[in-house]
Design a protein around this ligand. Structure first.
Ligand code: NAP
Ligand code: ZN
Length: 347
């Protein structure tokens, strides 16, 4: 066991605070990673504030992790000391079910072991995430981070990047496709950059004018302020794919109406309340409403290699550990450009 310093939420209405805890010793199949940067995902906030239901406290959030391997277990062949490694939203999966067997372990039928706010498969040991100095993980659940990418900007790829890459690929974003991205936050700005790199024509649907010049600089062709009257009705029958990254409760009807024939609106944002949908929004033009959740370890590696090839990283604001609580408040106010990343040296 090794003592590690990090930051934890001790309860749903408490601010995160400095917290010391133990990581397991490096086992035969494990690697130890000295964390360099950890991104702040809106999911960290939802969970630390118990907005998705009961959570496990103390909670050390963080599932966008990048760092150097400092120790490898005796059976590990895919990492060596000094390698740059990344960890995303889960740290274990059963390895036996139909999804694990086909490289889609994020759909593991036993449920993946979440990086934090979860229990190991022994059913009692809580998992602690990336707001910490280091982490021990099974080597087959870490990914290789390309050295050419800016490291602070890489951390958010481990959740925001894969969560948007996966549906964009699944719903075939590319040349000739019109893609809309709802919400230009952490996930949204990655969706824009990745869809542009895939060759799609991208529109950003944002709830103010504040982010217009940034969206266009990221490669979006069009920017729409959805709080302006009739902004969505004017877009009827426009998009092939909509990626909805909005974290707040929203009426999806007017957005569904902007889809073209056979278009799909893919939900990745997870607000507190359920959506109310009218059948009419779907049956017209055989539209679909779908969803997507993170991506597999295999696909995360593919996404990182894609980003390395196209030089895609997140736009980040690097903060120290003591700034985490302010950062949470700013994320909720949509005041982040476009991901906070914690410098792990400050834990
Ligand atoms: P974020 O950085 O806070 O971005 C959310 C964006 O939603 C904001 O930047 C804002 O964009 C828009 N928004 C916020 N409040 C709004 C409101 N009242 N009305 C309209 N739009 C509003 O959050 P994130 O880290 O990207 O995460 C987004 C959501 O995805 C969260 O719910 C998170 O839990 C979820 N998530 C899901 C997965 C998955 O696997 N499916 C993975 C990670 C995260 P504009 O200012 O441009 O309007
Ligand atoms: Zn996340």
């Amino acid at each position: 066991m090794t003592k590690v310093r990090g930051y934890a939420a001790l309860g749903p209405s408490e601010k995160l605070t400095a917290y010391e805890f133990e990581r397991r010793a490096v086992g035969a199949a494990d690697i130890n990673i000295e964390i360099e940067f950890a991104g702040i995902c809106h999911s960290d906030i939802h969970q630390a504030r118990e907005e998705w239901g009961s959570a496990i406290f103390p909670m050390v959030p963080g599932h966008e992790i990048v760092g150097r391997v400092t120790e490898v277990g005796s059976d590990v062949s895919n990492f060596k000391v000094g390698d740059l490694a990344g960890i995303g939203c889960y740290v274990d999966s059963c390895g036996n079910c139909e999804y694990c067997q086909t490289g889609e372990s994020h759909w593991c039928l036993k449920s993946p072991v979440w990086t934090y706010n979860g229990l190991e498969y022994d059913g009692v040991t809580p998992t602690y995430g990336g707001y910490a100095q280091s982490i021990v993980i099974k080597a087959n659940h870490a990914v290789h981070v390309p050295e050419n990418l800016d490291r602070k900007g890489v951390a958010p790829l481990l959740c925001a990047g894969i969560t948007t890459y996966s549906p964009l690929k699944q719903w075939k974003a590319g040349p000739g496709k019109k893609v809309a991205v709802m919400g230009l936050g952490g996930l949204g700005h990655m969706a824009v950059k990745i869809a542009v790199a895939m060759g799609a024509q991208v529109t950003v649907l944002s709830h103010s004018d504040n982010k217009k010049s940034d969206a266009l600089a990221m490669g979006a062709k069009t920017f729409i302020n959805t709080s302006e009257k009739n902004s969505l009705t004017e877009l009827r029958n426009t998009f092939d794919i909509i990626i909805n990254t909005v974290s707040a409760d929203l009426d999806l009807g007017p957005y569904l109406d902007t889809l073209r024939m056979h278009g799909s609106l893919v939900v990745v944002g997870i607000p507190e309340k359920s959506y109310a949908i009218s059948p009419n929004n779907l049956l017209s033009r055989q539209r679909s409403l779908s969803g997507s959740s993170i991506g597999s370890i295999k696909e995360t590696q593919e996404m990182l290699d894609f980003c390395a090839k196209h030089n895609v990283v997140s736009d980040v604001e690097v903060i120290t550990a003591v700034e985490i609580n302010d950062a949470y408040d700013r994320v909720v106010k949509s005041d982040v450009k476009y991901r906070f990343v914690i410098d792990a040296k400050t834990f």
